[in-house]
Ligand binder design. Sequence first.
Ligand code: 6PG
Length: 475
Amino acid sequence: TLARIGVTGLAVMGANLARNLARHGHVVAVHNRSGSRTRALIEEHGHEGAFVACETPEEFVAALERPRRVLVMVKAGAPTDAVIERFAPLLEPGDMLVDGGNAHFLDTRRREAALRERGVHFVGCGVSGGEEGALLGPSIMPGGSAESYAALGPLLEDIAAKVDGVPCCTHIGPDGAGHFVKMVHNGIEYADMQLIAEAYDLLRQGLGMSPAELAGVFAEWNRGELSSYLIEITAEVLRQVDAATGRPFVDVVADRAEQKGTGRWTVQIALDLGVPVSGIAEAVFARSVSGDAGLREAARGLPGPPAPVAGPAGEGFVEDVRRALYASKIVAYAQGFDQIRAGSAEYGWAVDPGALATIWRGGCIIRAVFLDRIREAYAAAEQPATLLVAPYFAEALALAQRSWRRVVAAAAELGVPAPGFSSALAYYDALRAERLPAALIQGQRDFFGAHTYRRVDREGVFHTLWSGDRTEVEG
Ligand code: 6PG
């Protein structure tokens, strides 16, 4: 029998997706550039389902039913282009080439346009959930043509995570839409991780709590409105003890956060779109700061605050940090969803934010109870201009704000960096402000460059003759 789908690229993600498909009863052709991986997969997991092991791309393509579905699971960038070049000539109009890697959506747009000329559907497909998700049920974000989704969707929905029986997979929109939303997913992931790390740091330094005690705090938080995969694994990581030294695991890990690039792309694109994703940006910058050993070494001797007169107080501070974390998280997600709406408008994708929140409820790294609240906010008759003003979130922020302010103030007093918490609060305060000092900036611009300004009381563009008699003229 011919295979329903083929997977090429059998590193862990590819192998696990192939196994997931096979376990769901689909015949899966598998191929890898070096045959050893293919053989290892069949040897170790061949009994899990019906695999067709293929040595060459030609053999692989011949093993597939038509129209062919080819899932490419190789590294983003040049390796993806190399695979496309190798396989595209073997495909026929109507066939589908699915890129399940973390590709840049602009690369996806370019590849989609090139393959469309040959009649081949190129599907940039976000896949989240790490290795375990790939095997047991990821969140899947396919872009590309609606026609390709009709042929691929049922298979992908079959292997995706399910929440309340609803698959965590939906057609996101044309060409690069799937990879775009996956990019922003990762940006949000960075922001969420940074906020959790700040909460940990504040409680550890502010209250002197141990990692083991903090594991308990996060486990407790995971039972409430913060309940999420990232909070859950934070408790696990904090509970871990290093076997070699007997010290908390978190104390033996080098404090330099690495990054493969999706968070950075999110911020780069947000700058181009003019969307202030300050939470994601602070998270990317915080990783960069942590990784700059030379800079940190040079600055280590700079003075911090004198020992605080009265440190933050026990239980109350734990609850304050929990609320500050929740409020900051709402801001980070609101900004990420704003970027998705802006990207969707810019590229004409018509991404449905509610549908996206729905498929992020399970399978992916940012899966959380919270995503259901976002889904509800976008299900309202009138779409909120920002999630911050959707009734549920507006109320949550109002409830959290006193704690939030106390925590940001405490961070400054303690000398504990909390860029995520404080920038989120600044964003909140900026949005709700009656007047912003942007008026002064306009004045400065007009002063040094005659850049002109608008007035609050009259239509038109104006300029003040700063180096003359300082009267106002029409700009
Ligand atoms: C996912 C993750 C994954 C990403 C890792 C590592 O959704 O399953 O986002 O795609 O590769 O999170 O990212 P960094 O190395 O950039 O931290």
